[in-house]
Design a protein around this ligand. Sequence first.
Ligand code: DX5
Ligand code: ZN
Length: 220
Amino acid sequence: MTVQIAPSILAADFARLADEAAAVAGVADWLHVDVMDGRFVPNLTFGANIIAALRGLTQQPIDVHLMVVEPERYLESFAAAGASVFTFHPEATVHVQRLLGAARAQGMLAGLALNPGSPLQLAEEVVADLDLLLIMTVNPGFGGQTYLPASSDKIRRARELLTAHGSRAFLEVDGGITSHTIATAHAAGADTFVAGNAIFTSGDPAREVRDLRRRCLVTV
Ligand code: DX5
Ligand code: ZN
């Protein structure tokens, strides 16, 4: 299982976005962009213009996490802006399977995100349509929260679900991933790790990315 690290620019210094993206460019695998609409989650962030700006700054895949109602409204503009992964929450839209297919048709990877209180069964009927399954390890809306311990068992069950269906989808985790929690999430079966504050408030983002990757080798 190849480990992927996806720094979340939510924790970056926005006045120095180009420098922050450059700091992780050679070492991280993806760039994670949290889109929030103030309705699905109680916070507002950014949209297609930031995705396009980042697209011009880096070669890395841009991993877009939509915490918005009616994510289908952003499918085409985000694809045009250069999004590589389109991940949304099943409660935010009516036709989940259709939207996953539409994301693929736009040339993006299709991802489904599950909140801590959302059952894994929400992904069960659409496993074949997934390129990525995101298990939220905090309640979404804000960076800098603490990894919920109950997540580890859910990650384990998510890995079993993917394996049972012969799925090669990425199993991503997001929220409270630090040098202290990443090994546990990795041991539970995650392969793709979003980290915001751990990376961008560390003083040396590249070193932190390397450290997170190294900690996945630790047996817990
Ligand atoms: C939370 C977002 C996360 C956030 C993670 O709603 O989906 O991607 O940026 O931040 P940290 O790593 O600081 O918990
Ligand atoms: Zn996120």
